[in-house]
Design a protein around this ligand. Sequence first.
Ligand code: ADP
Ligand code: ADP
Length: 223
Amino acid sequence: MFAIETEGLTKTYGGTGGCREISLQVPRGALFGLLGPNGAGKSTLVKMLVSLIHPTEGQARILGKPLGDVEIRRKVGYLPENFRYHDWLTGADLLRLHAALYGLTPEESARRASEVLRLVGMEGWADRTVGSYSKGMQQRIGLACALLPKPELLFLDEPTSALDPLGRKEVRELLARLRDAGVTVFLNSHLLSELETVCDRIAIIKGGRLIYQGDWKELAAQA
Ligand code: ADP
Ligand code: ADP
């Protein structure tokens, strides 16, 4: 059973850009890396998979359901690239906002907030404003928001771009733990080094088209 299955998925912006004819299978429980240079179409693909934008053509199934199905709302976490909110909100405000987005009750929201803050190493920071956070902390709180509903499937768009080497390592360890706990993780990056140590499957996208998908070790053997 696949967590993500797409068939000819295409999104163009007035006929250009975007991504084209993406047919992709992500097995359940995989830590899947999508590698490609800036402008390759990684964000476009993920935005379609979380129903932020609609495909021009093609289809996809997410956790066995068609795109946009409300039943998967609480099962899918998403950290957009450049996660950014009003500076005057606190980390706790952001978590409450996302809890509402995911339909959590106030009790679940409070309990999950302290769990995810611990997971991303931000205990003690929830009552400070986002404006006082470093870029790396903003990415961490973004990751905490995406983890709130205990998602079965987690999409992360360049989640470590603002982190220093230690922060990157911590996030990679967290992703490996999530995968070990059964979460399917879909990770976008333009850096091979961000993917090679953690991902078990990989796809490469270039100019909007998939040019490789498969086992990470097979690719290394071909190279
Ligand atoms: P990546 O995430 O790999 O950097 P994107 O999905 O952001 O790539 O972009 C893929 C291509 O689509 C690029 O050529 C980009 O300029 C174009 N593109 C992305 N978003 C838009 C948009 N809203 N309008 C027009 N072109 C866009
Ligand atoms: P930004 O304002 O930074 O561009 P978005 O408006 O794209 O970010 O999304 C903000 C947050 O809302 C994301 O971090 C994500 O947790 C949540 N979110 C938005 N759309 C979805 C979706 N379709 N599925 C799950 N979570 C979503």
